[in-house]
Write a protein that binds this ligand. Structure first.
Ligand SMILES: [Zn+2]
Length: 240
């Protein structure tokens, strides 16, 4: 199910070209984490479609929201197409540890996605009852992380049930939250779709500096100008 970025991009671009997408008539939009490791996937698609409109923030949530989507849609070339690539990311260290990754120039093998792991720890402190009640109100200086924590909270039991596989389950739980939000945002902005819009959702897998990154595609829908899904391209993406 996993593909290297290179194979993913090659196959996705080939399927979309059959719909009419090319380097001139297509706007790429992404909702991926702030982490510089998440830029690799953007760079790989940018090689085909040019610079991307960024809808994402911490952990990959589409924080640009309805307004961001509306602005992005207005930038789609006239009579042209849009590809939205979205999802969380997770690191895998060279020794196979999920949720950590080596970074160039840094000795410490640190967490990845840092925002997601911090949110997971927050949720764990609540589901295990160890967290004490506070009067602290949410601060604007960290509102994205506060939102990530609240958005992942409904998945507390699912994460707890995963036990030792919590770091594997975490990106899938994040994906489900992000997919739900993306659905709402696209629905709300569907009148801005020009010729067609493709939604490529999944989990970005970052590995160390000397190994390729991977992507686990979970959704590849093609919508017409009315925002109606008219083609599920995921099976073709997974078999090509
Ligand atoms: Zn991240």
């Amino acid at each position: 199910m996993y593909r290297t970025n290179q194979v993913l991009v090659q196959n996705a671009v080939s399927l979309l070209s059959k719909k009419g997408y090319d380097g001139e008539n297509t706007l790429l939009a992404t909702s991926l984490c702030c982490d510089e490791l998440a830029r690799k996937l953007e760079d790989d698609f940018n090689g085909i479609y040019g610079k991307n409109f960024n809808l994402g923030g911490l952990a990959g949530f589409p924080f640009a929201g309805n307004t961001g989507f509306g602005a992005m849609a207005a930038h789609i070339p006239d009579d042209g197409y849009c590809l939205v690539v979205y999802g969380p990311h997770v690191g895998i260290a060279a020794d196979g540890t999920v949720g950590k990754v080596e970074r160039a120039g840094i000795d410490l093998i640190d967490t990845c996605c840092g925002s997601a792991v911090a949110a997971s720890n927050y949720v764990d402190s609540i589901t295990n009852g160890g967290s004490s009640a506070t009067m602290q109100i949410q601060t604007f200086t960290d509102f994205q992380q506060n939102a990530v924590q609240e958005l992942i909270l409904p998945h507390g039991k699912r994460l707890a049930d995963a036990k030792d596989n919590r770091m594997i389950e975490l990106p899938y739980a994040l994906y489900d939250s992000q997919d739900m939000l993306m659905d709402e945002i696209v629905k709300g902005g569907s009148t801005g779709i020009k010729r067609g819009l493709a939604l490529l959702g999944g989990i970005q897998i970052n590995t160390g500096p000397d190994t390729p990154d991977y992507f686990h595609p979970l959704r590849f829908d093609y919508m017409n100008y009315r925002g109606e899904t008219i083609d599920d391209l995921l099976p073709a993406l997974l078999t090509s």
